[in-house]
Design a protein around this ligand. Sequence first.
Ligand code: ADP
Length: 221
Amino acid sequence: MIELKDVSVKYSNGVDALNNVNLKVTDGEFVFVVGNSGAGKSTLIKLLLREVQANEGEVLVNGFNLTKMRRGKIPSLRRTIGVVFQDFRLIPTLNVYDNIAFVLRCTDASPKVIRQRVPRVIGTLELGNKVKCFPNELSGGEQQRVALARALVNEPKLIIADEPTGNIDPRLSFEIVKLLQDINAQGTTVLMVTHEHDLVREFGGRTITLRDGSIVFDDYI
Ligand code: ADP
């Protein structure tokens, strides 16, 4: 669950990146966030991950009150969120299995949990014949699926996909939205940031448009 109440973010150079934003996303929703460059999309993501803090208002994410939370709680918050980055951020020196397992190793997961969960997401994303491959041996679509597997392996309540279709061809853009929809159908909340209006029109659903730091549209299309 995400709730922003009258939230404003002002950077130290005086830029108002978010102005008085009110937003509620309940568990299990699939939401597109669109907006031109500079609209505040990245700031919104950083706010949810507690990489930036609100100057005003209240931010609630997955049961954490980010406004009042102490720094020591940040790792616990981030374990409830899986992020798919635009540039995938795979580790070039690790094969597919270890790229995915790495995420769990960073959270001190037990070897037993790793042995259970890594094969599960490998199965979900149909990467079974690629486990020993390194990122440079994968196609764009396969790299994208590894990135998604890495976001999923912590079994997060919320997936944030940050322009996951930015660097790939339209067919793969379509594929990743379908994969995210499948994941959403299993109960995970998905927030997908994109500048591809065509994709949003094609899939439809709740769409939030940011412009100059304000929500100017929040409805189903
Ligand atoms: P988007 O992701 O939609 O392109 P951003 O959230 O990156 O938008 O940016 C919103 C506004 O905040 C822009 O005017 C941008 O220049 C400014 N901004 C972003 N990050 C910083 C920063 N670290 N310091 C100062 N200004 C920033």
